[in-house]
Design a protein around this ligand. Structure first.
Ligand SMILES: *Cc1c(COP(=O)(O)O)cnc(C)c1O
Length: 387
């Protein structure tokens, strides 16, 4: 027997039937009128979700290509930059800046802890020559959401340029690019947008364009100026992932049919329920209280649990696919994704599978307590606060 797989990793996320069908449309000319219309419609939709009037370009790449484009377009070799690092994706930003020859001032927090706005203020004061600050909004590796309003306020007060990795947050939690004054924000199709991987999006403020015109890093495929020039003409510099963009158009339609406020409340509710269930099973919630992510829940395994064997059992017997730890947390924790096309019943199903798998592995009896804990937070309850 084969299962309908329950994909509960923090991206790629499950595809709704509607998105699959939309992505199966016949191919079109990416220099023709149909594509110009598609591009204009999707770009406008992305801007509504980003809550920005800034320019926004789509790049044909995974999310990391969007991050790389920010480095390539904003810095010159030898520039000092500040990278906020509290997990694997913060490391990626620092690694990119390093690869482009930047002098990187790292502001680090323990894994599972958020970046402290006061610490950021000190680092910026100590590095007056650092023009660009790289911030991970939702650190997917530790399942933690940083306090973006506070961090971006510090960056603004110090007159620096903010670059925000919102790959696993935008479309699933509020971002308010313009209200927060974020100069550059990046997301990607395969996370909360409910589309397949392959397209990254980058919003670019007027001030970021000023940095862009001065920066001397080598860039060609990811040149924002070229992307904007073509966007105005209704196309893209290179052949785009047209099928992914069709899927994305449907994903945005679904987000707006549900209403963004409802989408955000649903993600918070699922996160609260998942955290309650995992804690009841004996896992230790990893991210600091008050900073737990709405899109992914990370939890440290209890003594005696072989995480790799647990995940294999879940996949093979229950059709449930969850993620393990990354970097230094490999083998030590599980990460359960609940972003995009995921609802209350999916969370119940996932916890049911985990409870039974733990029983099979002789860790704890399956007595329904994780389901009961989760159910207290699910349908009918108002959107919960962060657990
Ligand atoms: C998924 C993700 C990315 C992008 O990863 P890709 O595999 O390149 O799409 C970047 N940042 C965060 C926080 C992510 O969760």
């Amino acid at each position: 027997m084969t299962f309908q797989q329950q994909l509960r990793i923090p991206g790629p996320s499950p595809l709704p039937e509607r998105v699959i069908r939309a992505a199966a449309k016949p191919m079109i000319d990416h220099r023709g009128p149909e594509f110009a219309e598609l591009l204009a419609d999707v770009t406008a939709g992305l801007k509504r979700v980003f809550e920005t009037d800034n320019d926004l370009v789509m790049l044909t790449s995974s999310g990391s290509g969007g991050l790389e484009s920010a480095v390539a377009n904003l810095v010159s070799p030898g520039d000092k930059v500040v990278c906020c690092v509290c997990g694997n994706f913060g490391e990626r930003f620092a690694g990119l800046a390093d690869a482009f020859g930047c002098r990187v001032a790292r502001l680090e927090a323990e894994w599972g802890q958020p970046i402290d706005p006061d610490d950021l203020s000190h680092v910026l004061s100590a590095n007056p020559d650092a023009g660009v600050v790289f911030i991970t909004h939702n650190e997917t590796s530790t399942a933690l959401t940083n306090n973006l309003p506070a961090l971006s306020r510090v960056v603004r007060e110090h007159g620096r340029l903010s670059v925000v990795d919102g790959v696993s947050s935008i479309a699933s939690m509020p971002i308010e690019v313009d209200a927060l004054g974020l100069d550059v924000a990046v997301s990607a199709s395969q996370k909360g947008w409910m589309a397949a991987p392959g397209v990254a999006f980058v919003s670019i403020s007027q001030r970021a364009w000023e940095f862009q015109s001065r920066a001397r890093s080598p860039r060609y495929y990811f040149d924002w100026a070229e992307a904007k020039k073509q966007l105005v003409a209704g196309s893209t510099p290179f052949t785009p992932a047209i099928s992914v963009i069709y899927g994305l158009q449907e994903g945005i339609l679904m987000l707006e049919e549900e209403g963004l406020a409802n989408v955000y409340a649903r993600h918070r509710r699922l996160a609260t329920a998942t955290a309650a269930g995992l804690a009841e099973l004996g896992f230790g919630l990893f991210a600091a209280e008050g900073y737990r992510s709405a899109t992914v829940t990370g939890a440290v395994a209890m003594t005696g649990l072989d995480v790799a064997a647990f995940r294999t059992l879940l996949r093979e017997r229950y059709g449930l696919v969850i993620a393990g730890g990354q970097g230094k947390m490999t083998g030590k924790m599980v990460r359960v994704g609940h972003l995009g096309f995921v609802n209350d019943g999916d969370v119940v199903q996932g916890l049911w599978a985990m409870e039974n798998a733990l029983d099979e592995l002789d860790i704890a009896p399956a007595d329904g307590r994780a389901l009961a804990a989760a159910a207290r937070h699910l349908a009918g309850e108002p959107a919960g606060a962060a657990v």
